[in-house]
Design a protein around this ligand. Structure first.
Ligand code: GDP
Ligand code: MG
Length: 442
């Protein structure tokens, strides 16, 4: 894939903003990468369409090619989709003891293994007292499998009673969890090779018996498109609160994660990374995004280039400030920065101990609307006036103030501010090469 992209980069060497052509050419390769990672076709298509809109016209960082820039945008967007607006990955709603967790999924997806892994995690990381129960009355020795795992990790399992049906076992687990003072009880259900009526009816009956706080769907991360169909079906019939993707230690590139997230909208909470009991990790969108795309080196390159550029810009600005060159363009940049940070008040409230001062300054009138007015005044100036505000005479002042719908006195205040800030910047710049400004900007 890298070779293919290399080709794209040769073809795309223009700098500046990303053109439609740049974006389309690079996205063709990204599309292939997604499909190779087992992202389902409709999901890949929609994703590409969304990125196309976002990327066209976006700036290209110096020293990277448009193709590389597109990959970075794709990567960021992938993370955004994988993350959604979920709570922190790996969190489970397990307050109100005993909290039932229902584990569902197809046979062989890793339910039993994941049940035990998760129990171990809850016990060790969250200090929870956990009870596990197997409701798998179909597969021979399925219950014993969970019992053995329980012994291995030091987590209690519900005693096995032969001949009970899943609902009866669930009821017994619930009672036992209450009586035994457990924080959590986990129900490991039976799976089938394919979803069928029986399986759904059984899981639904268990769900209605215990009202699970979490219903976790365990899916094999290697199964791609299939995994998504399974997830939709389970969510539709039983209701799923989160997904665990297993076998993410395999060769697959984890495209199922993107499909799953995009189609079901369900948060992926954990990933399984092996057969061992500690091979369960919190889902990390950026890691999975890198893996799906398989272009981590490119992403790192673009990030580095962007950082370098920012430092260069800051250094250039600092040199000018040291020479006392602080014009209206600089002031506008500062004002816009302030707006972005939620005005003076927002900026101050972020600094420890400054909250009170921000309140007082609010009284002094430095708020968003003032910032907006000041920016309007600067916008009303010509290019020449912005670069050399000292040329502003009465007639120019009148014109500028009128253009911004304000008074000349407002403009005079702005000019005073620009002079004062310019002086301050100069002083700060002169405080030595390792001075405050440099520190603040590095
Ligand atoms: P169940 O039928 O859904 O209960 O599936 P099991 O928990 O019995 O797991 C089926 C097989 O998959 C077992 O051999 C597990 O060791 C294996 N397995 C489960 N999770 C993972 C994983 O994350 N990675 C790998 N490599 N194997 C796994
Ligand atoms: Mg099982």
């Amino acid at each position: 894939l890298s070779d293919r992209l290399g080709g794209v980069f040769d073809r795309l060497t223009k700098q500046g903003a990303l053109s439609e052509d740049d974006v389309r050419t690079a996205l063709r390769e990204v599309r292939v990468a997604l499909l190779e990672a087992d992202v389902s076709l409709p999901v890949a298509r929609n994703f590409i369409k969304a990125v196309e809109k976002k990327a066209t016209g976006a700036a290209v960082t110096k020293s990277v090619t448009p193709g590389q820039q597109v990959v970075k945008i794709v990567h960021d967007e992938l993370i955004a989709v994988l993350k959604g607006d979920d709570e922190e990955p790996g969190t489970l709603r397990i307050d109100n003891a005993p909290a039932p967790i229902l584990m569902v999924g197809l046979q062989g997806s890793g339910k039993t293994t994941t049940t035990a892994k998760l129990a171990k995690r809850l016990k060790e990381r969250d200090r929870k007292k956990v009870l596990m129960a197997s409701l798998d009355v179909n597969r021979p020795a399925a219950m014993e499998q969970l019992e053995i795992l329980g012994k291995q990790i030091g987590v209690d399992t519900l005693p096995i009673v032969k001949g009970e049906d899943p609902v009866a076992i669930a009821k017994r687990a619930k009672t036992q969890a209450s009586l035994g003072g457990y924080d959590v009880y986990m129900l490991d259900t039976a799976g089938r090779l394919h979803i069928d009526q029986d399986l759904i009816a059984q899981a639904a009956a268990v769900r209605d018996t215990v009202s699970p706080r979490e219903t976790l769907l365990v899916v094999d991360g290697l199964t791609g498109q299939d995994a998504v169909n399974v997830a939709e079906e389970f969510d539709d019939k039983i209701g799923v609160s989160g997904v665990v993707l297993t076998r993410m230690d395999g060769d697959g590139r984890g495209g199922a994660a993107l499909s799953m997230r995009a189609v079901t909208g369900k948060p992926i909470k954990f990933v399984g990374l092996g057969e061992k009991m500690d091979a369960l990790e919190t889902f990390e969108p950026d890691r999975v995004a890198g893996r799906i795309l398989g272009m981590g080196d490119i992403v790192a390159l673009v990030e580095k280039a962007q950082q370098t550029l920012e430092v260069e810009q800051a250094e250039r600005m600092m040199k000018r400030f040291q020479k006392g060159q602080f014009n209206m363009n600089d002031l506008r940049m500062q004002l816009e920065q302030m707006m972005k940070m939620g005005g003076m008040e927002g900026m101050m409230s972020m600094m420890p101990g400054m909250g009170k001062m921000a309140k007082q300054m609010e009284g002094a009138g430095i708020d968003d609307s003032i910032l907006r007015q000041q920016i309007a005044l600067i916008n009303s100036m010509t290019k020449k006036e912005r670069a050399n505000p000292q040329i502003l005479q009465a007639s120019r002042k009148k014109r500028i103030a009128k253009g911004a719908g304000l008074e000349v006195s407002d403009l005079n205040k702005l000019l005073k501010m620009q002079r004062q800030m310019g002086d301050m910047m100069k002083k700060m710049g002169k405080m030595g090469k390792g001075g405050m400004l440099k520190q603040a900007m590095s």
